[in-house]
Write a new protein. Structure first.
Lengths: 512, 282
């Protein structure tokens, strides 16, 4: 394809929104600049979704589609990145004005215009943000548009440039480096471009969701100073509104509002502008803006409160686990698995408070609890522990964990959940085909053959209220035997099996 | 001239209450197999689920056309000088913005205020109910707005889903994304927080999800209104209402089979409890 029409432009935008949906939580987690309030993803998604809905209604010329996108974006933009992005679309629309379709060189010119308008929207442009990516994208487009007339090849060069640009953001902005993240708005633009490229490659707007986007390592990212400490400046209120007027002068608005706050962004044109500012006194902003035009759609958020909420509830779950399946499972549940050889070291690090967010420990074995008990006095005071003695108890606790809740409530919920699970573990006893069966960590059976020992162990269990049994296995044939045994004893229970791969246990079974 | 209340179909109010309190309901639109239907008017949720079973087409939903709000304003402007519109969360739908924009055309004829309920489904319905009762009792527009605003933080909901694929496909999944891609089979629990979909837990079976819904109702110190909504699972809803009878008089619990627009975003198997009341202190 060497020219892009309105219809494909719409498909490409839909694909971008779709990809943004998949990545928004990740973008939220990485949001540290200008205010670490964890909403970049949500804001960008919402702004883009509404703008693209407007674009979908437009005619099939690329100019009309881009114009509708720009107008929609201006109207619906939210947050810093959302408004900068709306100005970017405004520039793109200006660059494509009058065109039915666009070639790579048309797009390159439009990108340049888009970049210029985006920079002009921000009162104090900062590098290492979405602006940097816009800059690098425009530069890459100018450099390669005549060489790559095929739009797929062209856009793939642009995505490559955007990716390198995003990776560079921590080098340009110290606060990103300190938090160990890339800029979330910058990443958001990359996601949009990737979505667009995906459309050109596949010709459809759908994107595949690849695993959970919130991974344990991300939970540790927000290493914020404690709430209320004097080192943290107050951010005030995020204040957003539309300004309507006959002859708006963006520069005049900028100079009138600039003294009233930070992170001022103004997008728009002569009759309508969208304003975003972080200000200690929103009323003063509205008053000043009211003198320049009609204020509409005012929105005010308390940034300090939101930031404290985010910072106060940053946890790391540390779960004792071995075996590939169990490690994956705990990661999947948002916990950080710690093998038994690392458990001691992890405890020492925690005792020295080397961990950024509040740790909650799930020992998941008697041995790990022992090690905890043996920590020198005075060093275990700050550790939050749910004393899980088996892996299924730990899984139940991790399932009950809710990062939005306070520590005490979480511990109570997790303890209760762990207490509602029964665990059977079957392990080898010597090398002569003999096995041990434990129920909730207590030895209850010993005999020859896994199936026989499991049968004996199950006899000790009353599971009247249970409705789910999960068989975590090391070897498949043993799992099959266990599943059929459980089904015959408890026909009304749902039985699942999962490869745990713990080297110490032939079978771990949870009944809940 | 009493204040009149307008809301959207997502508030999922029983038709008896709509009539009794003179509430105007503006339906959202569901587009299915190439045709537009007005939410809950031209198509019911059970019809939609029935057709979803045999047709591969996915329904699309959209905000009401401007004409729907303009007509509602026009009609009420003849009857009253003050209108309050209560919309579903502006972070889930453009309905709020549209109601506001349409109101601008009436600026000189009638006073129209638009309130973002920051919630949806029956929880939004409870806000509308409080406002409509106050309006019927003769409260002024500013008093009605205050009543509605005070009701908003007192509403809460918890929903159990069989699958999140509809919510994800509709683009409303928000932070509940963390519940996707689970290796173990789970029943996700969802709520609305700050006007957006948020995760509220994960349990291993439908029976446990029902217990969680019951516990949610028990977490209130006092309940003024209680409702159970479901997506094509009336038996489960009845069983839940039976158990909720221990918390709140059964005959006063609202029942709802949701609207098609809600159903298109939740899929069948939805079971939700919504309450207006005061939570226990922790």
């Amino acid at each position: 394809m060497t020219s892009l029409g309105g219809r494909d432009f719409k498909g490409l935008l839909q694909a971008a929104v779709h990809r943004l949906e998949l990545n928004a939580p990740q973008l939220d987690a990485w949001n540290v600049f200008p205010v670490p309030d964890g909403d970049t993803g949500a804001n960008m998604l919402q702004s883009m979704r509404a703008a693209v809905q407007e674009a979908e209604q437009a005619g099939d010329d690329i100019a009309e589609t881009a114009q509708a996108l720009a107008e929609g974006a201006l109207h619906w933009a939210r947050g810093n990145s959302g408004i900068i992005l709306s100005q970017f679309w405004q520039g793109l629309a200006q660059g494509l004005a009058g065109k039915k379709t666009a070639t790579s060189c048309d797009l390159s010119r439009a990108f340049r215009r888009a970049r210029d308008l985006a920079y002009s929207a921000v009162s104090k442009p900062t590098e290492g943000t979405i602006l940097t990516v816009m800059h690098d994208v425009a530069a890459a487009a100018a450099q390669c548009c005549s060489r790559f007339q095929d739009l797929r090849a062209f856009l793939s060069r642009i995505v490559r440039a955007a990716r390198a640009s995003v990776a560079r953001t921590p080098k340009l902005l110290a606060v990103l480096q300190g938090a160990g993240v890339v800029d979330s708005g910058a990443q958001g633009l990359l996601v949009i471009l990737e979505g667009a490229l995906g459309y050109l490659r596949r010709g459809s707007a759908s994107a595949r969701y690849r695993g959970p986007s919130l991974r344990p390592r991300d939970l540790r990212l927000l290493r914020l100073p404690p709430a209320g400490s004097s080192a943290v400046a107050r951010y005030g209120y995020c204040t957003e509104f539309l300004l309507r007027g006959a002859e708006l002068d963006l520069e005049r608005i900028k100079s009138a509002l600039n003294p009233l706050g930070d992170s001022l962004v103004i997008a728009g044109g002569r009759s309508l502008a969208r304003v975003h500012i972080h200000a200690p006194d929103p009323a003063a902003v509205f008053a000043a803006a009211g003198a320049l035009g009609a204020v509409e759609g005012e929105q005010v958020h308390d940034l300090d409160r939101r930031r404290q909420e985010k910072a106060g509830n940053s946890y790391t779950l540390l779960a004792g686990a071995d075996g590939r399946g169990f490690l994956r499972l705990f990661e999947n549940l948002g916990a950080m698995p710690v093998g038994r050889h690392d458990w001691k070291r992890a405890l020492r690090r925690l005792a020295r408070r080397a961990c950024g967010s509040r740790p909650i420990l799930l020992p998941n074995s008697a041995e790990n609890i022992d090690l905890l008990d043996r920590l020198p006095r005075g060093q275990d005071g700050g550790l939050a522990v749910v004393a899980t003695r088996t892996i299924p108890q730990g899984i139940a606790a991790a399932l009950a964990f809710d990062p939005e809740l306070g520590l005490e409530v979480n511990l109570a919920r997790m303890e209760r959940a762990a207490g509602q699970v029964r665990t059977i573990e079957i392990q080898r006893a010597g090398g002569n085909g003999r096995f041990l069966g434990c129920l909730d960590g207590e030895r209850v059976a010993e005999g020859t053959g896994v199936r026989r020992v499991l049968e004996l162990s199950l006899e000790r269990l009353s599971a009247r209220e249970a409705d789910v049994a999960t068989v975590y296995y090391r070897r498949l044939p043993q799992a099959e035997a266990a599943v059929s045994l459980l089904r015959s004893i408890y026909p009304e229970i749902r039985v699942e099996s999962y490869s745990g791969g713990h080297p110490g246990y032939e079978l771990v079974i949870s009944i809940e | 001239m009493a204040v009149r209340i307008i809301t959207d179909s997502i508030a999922d109010l029983p038709s008896g209450i709509v009539e009794e309190l003179g509430i105007t309901v503006v339906p959202l639109i569901i587009n299915y197999e190439g045709r537009d239907y007005r939410d809950g008017v031209d198509l019911s949720a059970s019809e939609l689920y029935e057709r979803l079973k045999t047709s591969p087409a996915m329904p699309k939903t959209s905000i009401p056309p401007p004409s729907a709000f303009l007509q509602a304003y026009e009609k009420l402007a003849a009857e009253t000088g003050e209108i309050l519109v209560i919309s579903l969360s502006s972070r889930l739908s453009g309905t709020y913005e549209e109601a506001r924009q349409c109101a601008a055309a009436f600026r000189n004829r009638v006073r129209i205020e638009v309130l973002d309920s920051r919630t949806a489904t029956i929880a939004e319905g409870f806000v509308v109910l409080k406002a409509a009762r106050a309006a019927k009792a003769g409260a002024s527009l500013s008093q009605v707005i205050r009543v509605a605003q005070e009701a908003i933080p007192r509403t809460a909901l918890l929903a159990s889903f069989d699958t999140l694929k509809y919510l994800q496909r509709g683009g409303r999944i928000g932070a509940a994304k963390v519940l996707l891609g689970s290796l173990l089979q789970i029943n996700p629990l969802i709520t609305l927080r700050d006007g957006l979909v948020a995760p509220a837990g994960r349990v291993r079976s439908r029976a446990k999800a029902m217990s969680a819904l019951l516990e949610f109702a028990q977490s209130f110190a006092s309940i003024e209104e209680l409702a159970v909504g479901h997506g094509a699972c009336p038996e489960d809803a009845e069983a839940l209402i039976e158990r909720l009878g221990a918390v709140f008089p059964k005959e006063r619990i609202w029942r709802s089979n949701t609207t098609p627009v809600i159903g298109a975003h939740t899929g069948p198997g939805l079971l939700l409890v919504s309450a207006l009341g005061d939570r226990k202190e922790n």
